[in-house]
Design a protein around this ligand. Structure first.
Ligand code: UDP
Ligand code: MG
Length: 330
């Protein structure tokens, strides 16, 4: 009987200093694992030695697989590529930077064997700056009022997914992917396991403030049209106020004649309405932008090379590495 297969997906962008460490940490966990395993690194257009380090591992262990993108497509897309290519009956997603403790792999598997389809790591905010912690708490408080799916603070991509969950995710083919929401959207039974936040030791985080802000907006926009609704309601409310204002003033003019005051009210109305209009246009623009990208139906990513043999046109070189130029995500 063949052993049950567990797959690991590790998106890696400029993680040369971490590849060997994460592999060693995983390798330690495999010693007393009853599952067979495969580790799939997604090299997301790294400009450092990441790919070379991964290839070094491939030579020592044929359970290490990799997909190397033609450029940086982002972590969300790297995860999609991973889900499309792994074969395990359960899949664990983790970062390359050792911030996701390998000691959780066993509890994850236990959860899976108990019958859960998603076993999710939830970190606390130990070591995070207080500004970031406060902003995050505020964001999650706000966002959960906006979106239909439930998003939890501290819950990210670090999780085990059953084959059923992975197949569910693969049915969601949108271009702008907000994984946290997608994981929540597919539903299925979930077990949460808490762990202490681990700080990054090598390399640097790819999440600068502007990227985090964009990610936050993605979260609000990706899951429903509620922001458009809010624009509609705000617009209606202001229209109503303006009508009342106009009627009251008209009545006053009819009774007392025209008095040349009103500079303050005019400016306030222009600024307020202008602001609300621009904001609403921005929200609408966000949605139109998304429609624009979705209608292009571009592949989510392009593969420069991989050692996964699945295309008919792949040509194999002497080291067993399949050089391909393949697109994916459709
Ligand atoms: N990552 C990626 N593509 C990107 C950005 C990040 O594959 O464009 C990977 C990165 O190599 C790491 C994981 O996603 O394995 C999480 O990134 P990071 O540590 O920068 O995020 P943070 O932990 O700070 O949220
Ligand atoms: Mg990290």
């Amino acid at each position: 009987m063949t052993a049950r297969l567990l797959s690991f997906i590790i998106p890696s962008f400029n993680e040369a200093s971490n590849i060997e460490h994460i592999y060693k940490a995983l390798d330690k966990e495999f010693e007393d694992l009853t599952y067979d395993y495969e580790i799939l690194f997604i090299n997301d257009g790294s400009t450092d030695d990441t790919l070379a380090r991964i290839k070094k591992l491939v030579l020592t262990n044929n359970k290490v697989k990799y997909i190397s993108f033609t450029r940086n497509f982002g972590k969300e897309v790297a995860l999609l590529a991973g889900f499309q290519h792994v074969k395990g009956e359960a899949v664990i997603v983790m970062d390359a930077d050792l911030q996701h403790p390998c000691s959780l792999i066993k509890p994850f598997i236990e959860g899976y064997e108990e019958g859960y389809h998603q076993v999710v790591g939830r970190r606390n905010r130990k070591g995070d700056g207080w500004v970031r912690s406060c902003l995050s708490s505020f964001y999650y408080c706000l966002i959960n009022k906006f979106v239909d799916v439930e998003l939890r603070d501290g819950v990210g991509d670090f999780r085990l997914l059953s084959r059923k969950a992975v197949d569910g995710l693969l049915k969601l083919n949108e271009g702008s992917r907000f994984s946290k929401g997608l994981f929540s959207w597919i539903g299925l039974s979930q077990k949460i396991i808490d762990y202490d936040n681990v700080e990054r030791k090598n390399g640097s985080s790819k999440w600068k403030f502007s990227k985090l802000l964009n990610y936050g907006i993605d979260g609000a926009i990706s899951f429903n049209n509620r922001p458009l609704r809010i624009c509609f309601y705000t617009g209606s409310f202001i229209l109503l106020l303006s009508l009342v204002y106009i009627i009251v003033h008209l009545l006053m003019i009819m009774n007392y004649g025209i008095v040349e005051h009103g500079y303050f009210t005019t400016i306030s109305a222009i600024l307020l309405l202008g602001g609300i209009q621009l904001l609403s246009l921005g929200v609408i623009g966000e949605y139109i932008g998304r429609i624009y990208y979705e209608t292009k139906k571009r592949p989510h990513y392009l593969i420069q090379e991989t050692n996964i043999n699945s295309g008919e046109n792949d040509e194999e070189n002497e080291s067993g590495i399949h050089k391909v130029y393949r697109s994916g995500g459709d």
